[in-house]
Design a protein around this ligand. Structure first.
Ligand code: F6P
Length: 366
């Protein structure tokens, strides 16, 4: 019997369960493969005793439309930075990667499929360099992984954000107000731009194009005639003004490495007030609503395609690679290329041109 182990790492994402189910279904068509799931990314292997579950067709029945991940996840620590308290009672980080690889050998694990975003795929690549047979599957609502046309979970997040714009438009219009909707995406403006186009927002502010507050104010004022009017601004959590920096919240969670973004919508409202903008303004921070709940059909299909391809890569021993969607195909790309640079919005991107063509302000001076 051969064994493949699945881990889901980083923030949860709609479609994770659909990938797990697809791997299990495809593996069950081979006589000699067993699928295991490590609980909470690689923690399940690193814990004593280990926490691993057998995943078979029965276990994954009907999970393709469930949000979250049945094998749990974490975006703290990991095999290369395992938090331990030293004698002084302070936290320090130890590298347990080799110990983990040894443990996987003892468990007779032949291959690992790591479903995760850029942080998780960095771990995959480093484990591959240490000799582990590992394959990556690109997950993130932020869509910031390069080498693939898209990551699963992203379109579901866009759907949630668009629904929020739709709802805010009606309340904004009723009250002659400006609504500022803050969406996720880390350093990438993909969720914001897609929701702004789909929802018909007036202003869209993204991290890749620091905004000019006067340009934002002008765009909003154009939406009012003698105090009557309304507007919706979609702002990415990583957006910031020209000459300023991203709004980062304090976070004392042990092993949490990424800057915790959030709060720019409130900052923007204060800046607009200071700049003399006089209409009523309200803010909505959409937060984790973008990540929880059922994946839309598009993401279920994409997840299924990623999962089947990932297991076929195991069969072909295409290790050190990540599944990538290159329309209309699913291909294997080296993990090192997938993590080389993030997928961010560039000024020449077709969607930027569409945004401009629709007259949505990106907060830039003309
Ligand atoms: O990377 C996915 C993401 O949802 C980002 O868009 C967001 O900044 C971050 O994770 C939030 O992480 P957490 O769940 O730790 O608050």
């Amino acid at each position: 019997m051969k064994r493949v182990l699945i881990a889901t790492g980083g923030g949860d994402c709609p479609g994770l369960n659909a990938v797990i189910r697809a791997i299990v279904h495809r593996a069950s068509q081979e006589k000699d493969w067993e699928v295991l799931g490590s609980i909470q990314a690689f923690n399940g292997i690193l814990w004593e005793p280990t926490e691993v579950v057998v995943l078979d067709n029965e276990k994954v029945k009907g999970i393709h439309f469930q949000g979250g991940t049945i094998i749990e996840t974490t975006n703290k620590g990991g095999p290369f930075a395992w938090p331990v308290k030293n004698k002084k009672g302070e936290w320090e980080y130890v590298d347990r990667s080799e110990e983990m690889i040894r443990k996987l050998q003892i468990m007779h694990v032949d291959a690992v499929i790591n479903i995760g975003g850029d942080g998780s795929q960095r771990i995959s690549e480093a484990l591959y360099r240490k000799g582990l047979n590992i394959i990556g599957v690109p997950k993130t609502i932020d869509n910031d992984l390069s080498s693939t046309d898209s990551t699963f979970g992203f379109q579901t997040a866009v759907e949630v954000a668009t629904e929020a714009v739709d709802k805010l438009v009606t309340t904004a219009a009723s009250h002659n107000r400006v609504f500022v909707l803050e969406v996720m995406g880390r350093e990438a403006g993909w969720i914001a731009m897609n929701a702004a186009v789909a929802g018909g927002a007036d202003v869209c502010l993204i991290p890749e194009m620091p905004y000019d507050i006067e340009a934002v104010k002008d765009a909003l004022e154009k939406r009012f005639v003698h105090d009557r009017g309304f507007a919706v601004v979609v702002i990415a959590e990583g957006a910031y003004p020209k000459g300023g920096k991203m709004v980062v919240q304090e976070n004392d969670e042990i092993g949490y490495e990424n800057p915790k973004l959030g709060g720019i919508s409130g900052v923007l409202i204060n800046q607009l007030k200071k700049a003399g903008f006089q209409h009523d303004m309200r803010q909505t921070v959409l937060g984790h609503l973008q990540r929880g709940g059922v994946p839309i059909a598009y993401d279920r299909v994409l997840s299924a395609q990623f999962g089947v391809k990932a297991f076929e890569m195991v069969l072909n021993e295409e290790y050190g690679k990540m599944v990538a969607y290159r329309h209309p195909d699913f291909i294997a790309v080296p993990l090192k290329d997938a993590i080389a640079k993030p997928n961010l919005v560039t000024p020449d991107n077709a969607l930027v041109k569409t945004v401009k063509g629709l007259g949505i302000s990106l907060g830039q001076k003309e």
